[in-house]
Design a protein around this ligand. Structure first.
Ligand code: PRT
Ligand code: ZN
Length: 288
């Protein structure tokens, strides 16, 4: 393992695994997966990937067993590990919420005083309760937190919510948001070799360009020359659009990089202004 490669810890099997590996692929890093391997090396980047349980990743990175890692912000906050956060990665988004049984009337956070709250995140919850000067009893559970109120183990829970389906199925309702989380790229604070730091900088640059690309699309269309100004005003382009002449002199081709989520807002305006043959293409990387 001591081959000078950068060591990246990724969740072995869980919600973040596929997206973490996809992000590496989007960075042009070529990895071949052997499902039962704990360590694989990239073919075209000095990178070894260690597959670990997500709970172990912050500590492995803190201690330098792995140089960097991809893990939920919730796990980093809960473990209180001393690591550097290099980048928010925009996937694995979820919220740690306090949820109460549906029939509970809980309007004010101070009504949690004296209650029993079950959670797998005692450190984050205790921090939240202390900040809000609430004295509640925390019961630490390692799983199936959502059934604890119906079993009479706790009055309410503090658990991860993404769609809210699990809470609904267990007749619980979202009450207070405790911590908003997404996947993070973290690094060890003690990277001494300049070669390693260069590898980290290069990987972060690739990740930034892959994340920028995901937020943008390449728009191509033909427009009447007379509509150029109206269409330029409608375009939420990252940079000035490219305008190209066409064989038909009354028409132009216009190409622009636009934020992905804006296309459907502007497409009817574009058509009304005479745009035709509108193509929206994915972008692999953007280096700004
Ligand atoms: O085995 P290992 O320890 O590695 O994995 P794990 O089982 O501890 O974690 P895993 O794979 O479930 O989640 C990994 C990370 O994904 C978490 O640490 C979060 O950062 C993030 N994440 C995003 C979530 C969710 N969304 C999520 N919905 N983690 C868990 N959930 C669970 C939640 O605990 C609850 O049981 O999903 C349920 C709620 O989902 P909804 O959609 O019904 O609201
Ligand atoms: Zn875990």
């Amino acid at each position: 393992m001591l081959n000078g490669n950068l060591k990246l810890a990724v969740q072995k099997k869980g919600r973040l695994t596929e997206k973490s590996l996809q992000l590496l692929k989007n960075c042009g890093i070529d990895i071949e997966l052997y499902s039962e391997r704990l360590l694989i090396s990239a073919r075209n980047f000095d990178l070894d990937i260690l597959f670990l349980r997500d709970d172990d990743i912050p500590e492995y990175v803190q201690d330098g067993v792995a140089d960097i890692g991809i893990v939920g912000g919730n796990v980093v906050a809960e473990k209180q590990s001393d690591v550097r956060i290099l980048k928010e990665l925009g996937f694995g988004k979820c919220t740690l919420m306090i949820a109460v049984p549906e029939h509970y009337e809980l309007n004010n956070i101070h009504e949690l005083n004296g209650k029993t709250i079950a959670t797998s995140y005692p450190a984050i919850l205790q921090n939240y309760l202390s900040e809000n000067k609430i004295n509640a009893k925390i019961i630490q559970l390692s799983g199936s937190v959502e059934i604890s109120p119906s079993l009479g183990v706790a009055d309410c829970i503090c658990d991860i919510v993404s769609t809210g389906t699990t809470l609904k199925m267990n007749h619980l309702k979202q009450s207070f948001s405790v911590y908003k989380s997404e996947s993070l790229l973290i690094s060890c604070k003690k990277i001494f070799e300049p070669e390693k730091q260069n590898l980290i900088d290069s990987l972060v640059m690739r990740i930034e360009s892959a994340l920028n690309a995901r937020k943008s699309k390449y728009l191509m269309m033909n427009i009447p020359k007379s509509s150029l100004n109206i269409i330029k005003e409608k375009l939420p382009a990252l940079k000035s659009p490219t305008i190209l002449a066409l064989a038909d002199e009354s028409m132009l081709a216009l190409h622009a990089v636009i934020p992905s989520d804006k296309f459907w807002e502007i497409q009817s305006d574009l058509k009304n202004a005479g745009a035709s043959d509108i193509l929206l293409l994915p972008i692999e990387n953007i280096i700004l």
